[in-house]
Ligand binder design. Sequence first.
Ligand code: APR
Ligand code: ZN
Ligand code: ZN
Length: 361
Amino acid sequence: MAQHVRGVIARTKNAPVELTTVVVPDPGPGEAVVKVQACGVCHTDLHYRQGGINDEFPFLLGHEAAGIVEAVGENVTDVAPGDFVILNWRAVCGQCRACLRGRPWYCFNTHNATQKMTLEDGTALSPALGIGAFVEKTLVAAGQCTKVDPAASAAAAGLLGCGVMAGLGAAINTGGVGRGDSVAVIGCGGVGNAAVVGARLAGAARIVAVDIDDRKLETAKKLGATHTVNSASTDAVEAIRELTGGFGADVVIEAVGRPETYQQAFYARDLAGTVVLVGVPTPEMRLDLPLLDVFGRGGALKSSWYGDCLPSRDFPMLIDLYLQGRLDLDAFVTETIALDEVEQAFERMHAGDVLRSVVLL
Ligand code: APR
Ligand code: ZN
Ligand code: ZN
């Protein structure tokens, strides 16, 4: 029997979000219904609301979540009712060329639920990033559920479902930060600060955090940055070079998504160093670089997709580190809020007041 639950939707472009009744069907083959316990508020939810992703309104927002599997459909073997899971927005097929070539984060056939959640009048909802988790219960593909140790708090676990994983993975997976490396992180919001934590976990000797907001730099320092640079008043590239013996960093992680910070990242790395781009630019942005610098500096220019993570490999491992006290996910939860406070959370996010607001259900 379909269930009627409360959820947060964006009905039309740029209208404030609404708390309304969402109809969740029983799980069909390969699907699961998850009782959501926590869901972080991410920039992408705001982009959906603003019509910046596509115009398939109404959207069921929220995609950074953890909860308990309530029911599964036919042919579901990896998760069962009662399992504590983190939801992911890229459940990979394991069979396409990208998967077979060992790059599943570029999978061509990621799985989402086949059935649609709807409004009470039958209008189909578009779930944000194929999830939709600002809702008491959500319908997803079973492959979007990764079982982790239930001892973890739902608020912390959910963060691995998007922004924090993007930052951790940019350092650990894409950047391949190693013991003794020098790392610079440009932009220390939720994503950049997670990259700081990832660099520290990976054994970086020196971690330079760069931002234009001193509040973010203070957090970066608490999370493991060895040096901070406020680039509103200081030249970021020169400061990073100075702090790395005149060379530049082995790995520079860009977590803003603007041409000037992409450019800083490019020049702040050591010769043959790696630049990891995790900040998402807008379609009109351009980067203008002398080709000789591209050629002459060598190394690698990489972008990082969802932290190049493999949920089944990375989520349980990171939750173990969290439970051992080696990965402070709680530091990213600035505030916990109720389902009807998402709109205010967008405002605080926009003002730069929070790393993450997390809805608890
Ligand atoms: N130089 C340095 N830092 C900057 C600059 C700049 N020119 N402009 C903004 N920042 C800082 C902000 O002060 C903020 O701390 O970048 C940070 C951005 O953080 P958030 O707005 O919290 O965004 P976050 O969730 O961390 O995501 C960052 O990564 O995955 C992408 O889509 C995401 O593009 C976004 C980026
Ligand atoms: Zn997100
Ligand atoms: Zn695939």
